[in-house]
Ligand binder design. Structure first.
Ligand code: ADP
Ligand code: ADP
Length: 229
């Protein structure tokens, strides 16, 4: 994932808010980066722009060597569905679908073959191989987030964005989820970017970026909870 001089300004000239003031960064495959910063520092905007959910005002975003920030809306959607995975704070599983159907849905949306065996293998990996036919409401929060991780992995995306993935979980489930994310990145070689407020969660990353007022103001390699706090 590469960002070059990414600026994002909301509003018009009279009430412009500069959410990102010119962010450049380069994150290679197999790395796990946490993004921290106070409320309003630009974390959500960074995630949305880097993930192609919103466009930068200027600057470029590149995933796997392809510039994502140009092109039509349709091309951007297709690119996102094939190369990018998401994990949200509130899981965002579809309540009427089973666990297995939730995990195969991204394959369907990407126009790929519905590879049930692959989905089952990934669900086994996250410890939910026995829950294929359950609905999300029948699972704990930690289990739902593990389904969401399986859903994010099923298309083998190049980059996974996680927005406060442990924010709704108890300490133990949070640790399980972070362990799974860590393993996914290190085993499958994805680039993982996680926004979090939690120093313990951030310490699972390989490095932490600190944002303030739309700028990267710090970087910490091999973080510990104490150093992050
Ligand atoms: P958090 O600090 O948890 O990221 P925010 O309140 O900053 O939550 O943002 C939540 C969402 O609301 C963001 O995705 C952002 O796009 C949107 N948002 C934040 N501030 C504004 C605003 N001033 N006007 C419109 N939308 C906003
Ligand atoms: P964070 O996620 O760190 O809380 P955000 O990215 O949500 O920060 O917000 C960064 C700045 O941009 C804030 O000043 C916020 O109010 C503003 N902002 C975010 N989204 C919007 C929006 N859709 N419209 C106007 N201002 C926004």
């Amino acid at each position: 994932l590469r960002l070059v001089s990414v600026r994002k300004v909301y509003g018009d000239a009279d009430n412009a808010v500069t959410a990102l003031g010119g962010i450049s960064l380069s994150l290679s495959g197999g790395t796990f980066t946490a993004v921290m910063g106070p409320s309003g520092s630009g974390k959500s905007t960074l995630l949305q722009v880097a993930a192609g959910l919103d466009r930068p005002t200027s600057g470029t975003v590149h995933v796997d060597g392809t510039e994502m920030s140009g092109g039509s809306e349709k091309a951007l959607t297709e690119f996102r569905r094939s190369r990018i995975g998401f994990v949200f704070q509130q899981f965002n599983l579809l309540p009427t679908l089973t666990v297995l159907q939730n995990v195969t849905l991204p394959l369907k949306l990407a126009g790929r073959r519905i590879d049930r065996a692959r989905a089952v293998a990934i669900l086994n990996e996250v410890g939910l191989g026995e829950r294929l036919d359950h609905r999300p409401a029948e699972l704990s929060g930690g289990q739902q987030q593990r389904v969401a991780i399986a859903r994010a992995l099923v298309t083998s995306p190049k980059v996974i964005f996680a927005d406060e993935p442990t924010g709704a979980l108890d300490t133990r489930s949070a640790r399980d989820v972070l362990g799974l994310l860590q393993r996914a990145v290190h085993v499958h070689g994805q680039t993982l970017v996680m926004v979090t407020h939690d120093p313990v969660a951030a310490a699972h990353a390989d490095s932490v970026l600190f944002l303030a007022d739309g700028h990267i103001v710090g970087h910490l390699a091999q973080p510990t909870p104490e150093a992050v706090a």
